[in-house]
Design a protein around this ligand. Structure first.
Ligand code: ANZ
Ligand code: ZN
Length: 828
């Protein structure tokens, strides 16, 4: 090109990003309401905890959400993309203790900082809906919902053995215990019996399980994890009478009644009443039971810790075989599952096998594989098979035996069919300060009294003084002292606060009606929910997503929403790694996204995170990759500005747009529309943004090779570059905002529809293929463009010039490089 490119405007991300953001601001581009006649699309990235600064994991999460939102908007949807702050939680409190700053002040400061950072990334949020969960206008509705659950018997108080974090001084849910330690403090967890509040999520267990089948937009992995967590198990409860006291029975739960004749001992949980009873005159057993109390109540932890046990001295009688077996206390038996007692079958259960081997208990084989009559005795055979050594039941298949043994037990009242769930009720009490106060009052005479709805919210006092780790609520008399709503006597408020998972279980619905002051949610919630696309980390696969699904069903049963599920589609983004390991402050391998935004601009950072890996896989951070992204954007900028300068010499270029195309032009238009088709699929369906970007890069390479000579060539260039800019715009919205205007378009790109495929352009009369055999060039073939892969194979196999290479050979593989090359892998 002969034009003076020295005069072209340079790519200055800081300037153009500020301009684009100012445009969106002034035009309130992302504020939406329900009056639109376009179909709604609700896109939500999991809201952040306001830690103070954005990390690259956030950047990835929010960029993915933003790309999807902007793309859906270009498809003509009424897109809601809100953001808020998951503002309660321990870090604020720990910072308060360490630095004497009230958690509210610390949190406000962090929110202001992070909001500025999110804005600098150019994320298209409807900021008019911003909410923070520590706001009484928010949590009052959570308190209200709790009262509704209490009325229905779905919220209750009970004493339970809990995981106690001795550093954070609070109860942890099983899910918050990682390898026996608190998920935040890292301290070894202790077990304590504490009275606290529970939500009856188990009442929804079946529905939570069955509705997983409806969630076809979720990763299978997450659905499986939820299924396992709920853990529905069909089985039998069997009664074993104590040998010395046949009136007293031990009830066990088994899913394998077919193994009843292989029971060689019973194992009971350390917390089982019979264990306590047996320990009352057995100091060694007493000491053993106490020792077990130092480890977590979590099942995962129990499964991996060393199996330990002690005999109680009691014996029990097998109801069918009449055999007497010893009763042991074992640390691998959970009091919270089934009946807290197990009929141990070492030959067919791995845990029992391990235990029996360790304590020299008998191992009796009663199931053998269907295919053989041999038994391997160095591990448990845990599969189903054919019964042996099982009295009258020998010879039956496991399934038949389960039916018949259940029947035999049932007819003599020694057992019955039953259903077990692994899922436990949700313990929502936390003993910490920075959370939603549980709206309950303790009265000496009336017991637990709910706070009257008219008195909500119960406001968390924000000006507090920390004396060590204890919740300041316990000393704050103005908070603590109330009049009992029932008898008007002095009473005390509950000082437990909600688990912060409560706040994050319904925020997505509140975004739909954030300013509803008379109801928790109004009709707008039903317009926007369910969320069409939810995006967040895989670490939330069980905790957050299960609780949110539960509360959504609760909201439905309160007639606040009408759908059954909160999130139609879920994308779980992968981790961001540096040098192969997870970024963390302790490893000192973190990257500060803000510094990169300042250096290269937000578009570079956005492009890098979307290009470096598909969203569900881990992303390896690379400084060279960031620079590469920046260079690509500079090239796009230069391509467009150069083209625009040239086009200025052809004021009438528009008149050439629809004239017949030359072969050279047809080839480029084919590439263009093929790219639009592929990028539409990659972004819209496959969600592989990286391959979408790669395809756009390839199209640009085709364009570079296209020599522009005639005005019609320039008109085609304009078509290609406009489409490139449009397709890049969800990913790099600032540079494309500027380039779109440079290309002479008068509307803003944010309001421009996604490009459509011209199917005429995709029609090619004939394609020329390069044929290779075992990677070696063997000639070319011209074939009709419209034929199928099978037809192509037929044609290749019949091609005369290839016969000498393929006759009498086995073709092991066909490798197609679309529209270019066919490689046949043959055995010599
Ligand atoms: C005898 C048996 C033989 C078992 C066998 C398994 C295999 P699912 O299927 O996951 O529900 N069990 C029951 N209660 C328990 C508790 N409180 N703590 C630890 N383990 C417990 O698991 C049911 C099986 O887990 C039950 O079936 C029981 O062991 C064990 F070849 O009974 B089984
Ligand atoms: Zn009272």
């Amino acid at each position: 090109m002969s034009y003076n490119i020295a005069n072209l405007p340079p790519y200055e991300p800081q300037t153009i990003e500020a301009e684009a953001q100012a445009y969106w601001n002034e035009n309130r581009s992302f504020e939406v309401d329900e009056s639109s006649d376009r179909p709604k699309f609700y896109c939500l990235s999991m809201f952040p905890y306001p830690s103070g600064s954005l990390h690259v994991g956030h950047v990835r999460n929010y960029t993915i959400g933003d790309v999807i939102s902007r793309y859906q908007r270009m498809l003509g949807k009424n897109v809601l993309q809100p953001i808020g702050w998951d503002a309660f939680g321990l870090p604020a409190e720990n910072a308060a203790i360490a630095h004497q700053i009230p958690p509210a002040v610390w949190t406000d400061k962090n929110i202001a900082q992070m909001k500025q950072q999110l804005t600098s990334l150019g994320l298209g949020y409807d900021w008019s809906r911003e909410l923070r969960t520590c706001d009484p206008d928010y949590y009052r509705w959570e308190q209200w919902l709790f009262l509704q659950l209490y009325k229905k018997g779905l919220a209750y108080r009970k004493e339970a053995i809990v995981n106690w974090d001795p550093i954070d001084q609070t109860v942890l849910a099983n899910e918050q215990v990682v390898n026996g330690c608190g998920w935040r403090s890292g301290a070894p967890v202790e077990r304590r019996a504490i009275t606290q509040w529970f939500l009856k999520i188990t009442a929804y267990a079946d529905e939570l399980l069955n509705d997983l089948d409806k969630l076809s937009g979720w990763p299978d992995q997450v659905r499986t994890m939820q299924r396992n967590w709920i853990g529905r198990s069909e089985g039998v409860s069997v009664l074993f009478a104590l040998q010395d006291n046949p009136g007293e029975k031990i009830e066990v739960f088994t899913s394998r009644a077919d193994t009843l004749f292989g029971v060689t001992y019973l194992a009971i949980a350390p917390e089982h009443p019979l264990a306590k009873q047996a320990a009352s005159n057995n100091p060694a057993l007493q000491a053993f039971i106490e020792e077990t109390q130092h480890s977590s109540v979590s099942e995962a932890v129990r499964a991996t810790t060393e199996k330990k046990g002690m005999a109680t001295g009691l014996y029990a009688i097998n109801p069918l075989s009449g055999r007497s077996v010893p009763v042991w206390v074992a640390n691998y038996v959970l009091m919270s599952y089934g009946t807290g007692a197990v009929m141990a079958v070492p030959a067919h259960d791995t845990r029992d096998f391990e235990f029996a081997t360790q304590y020299h208990l008998p191992i009796d084989w009663v199931i053998q594989p269907e295919a053989t009559d041999t038994i391997t005795t160095n591990t448990a055979f845990t599969e189903k098979g054919i019964l042996v050594n099982s009295g009258d039941f020998s010879g039956l298949t496991s399934d038949n035996a389960i039916a018949q043994i259940t029947e035999a037990l049932d007819s003599t009242a020694q057992g019955k069919r039953c259903l077990q769930y692994r899922l436990r009720d949700w313990g929502i009490s936390r003993q910490r300060y920075w959370g939603t106060p549980i709206p309950m009052i303790h009265c000496k005479d009336c017991g637990m009294v709910p706070v009257p709805e008219a008195d909500l919210p119960v406001i968390l006092p924000e000006a507090v003084d920390f004396q060590g780790i204890q919740s300041p609520l316990k000393q704050d008399l103005t908070f603590l002292q109330v009049t009992c709503p029932n008898c008007q006597q002095p009473a005390q408020r509950e000082t437990d606060t909600f688990d912060t998972f409560m706040e994050s279980s319904w925020y997505y619905a509140r975004f739909a009606s954030p300013d509803s002051h008379t109801r928790m949610l109004d009709d707008r919630a039903d317009y926007w929910t369910p969320v069409d696309q939810y995006i967040g980390g895989i670490e939330h696969a069980v905790l957050h997503l299960l609780y949110a699904r539960f509360l959504h069903k609760v909201l439905r049963d309160e007639n606040l929403v009408s759908s059954d599920e909160p999130f139609t589609a879920l994308l779980t983004q992968g981790m961001v790694l540096k040098d192969g390991s997870k970024m963390s402050k302790s490893k000192g391998n973190t990257v500060n996204p803000q510094a990169l935004i300042n250096q290269y601009g937000a578009d570079t950072v956005r492009l890098f995170v979307m290009f470096a890996a598909p969203p569900e896989q881990s992303l390896e951070w690379s400084d060279a990759g960031v620079e590469g992204a920046y260079r690509f954007l500079k090239r796009v900028w230069q391509a467009v500005t150069t083209h625009v300068a040239s086009l200025a010499h052809y004021p009438n270029w528009q008149t050439f747009l629809h004239q017949a195309h030359t072969e050279k032009q047809k080839a480029l238009r084919y590439q263009l529309h093929h790219t639009i088709q592929k990028v539409t699929q990659d972004i819209g369906e496959r969600k592989t943004f990286n391959t979408a970007i790669a395809t756009i890069m390839e199209l640009l390479n085709h364009w570079y090779k296209f020599t522009t000579e005639t005005p019609q060539d320039y008109a085609l260039s304009q078509e290609v570059l406009s489409a490139v800019v449009l397709m890049l715009s969800p990913i790099v919205p600032h540079i494309t905002h500027a380039l779109w205007l440079q290309l002479g378009h008068t509307n803003a790109i944010i309001d421009t529809p996604w490009p459509s495929v011209d199917s005429e352009a995709l029609k090619q009369d004939a394609l020329q293929w390069v044929i290779q055999i075992n990677g070696k060039y063997r000639g070319r073939m011209t074939l009709p463009a419209q034929i199928t892969e099978d037809e192509i194979k037929q044609a290749v196999l019949q091609e005369a010039s290839l016969q000498q290479h393929i006759r009498n050979k086995t073709i092991r593989q066909w490798i197609f490089v679309p529209n270019k090359l066919i490689n046949l892998v043959i055995t010599p």
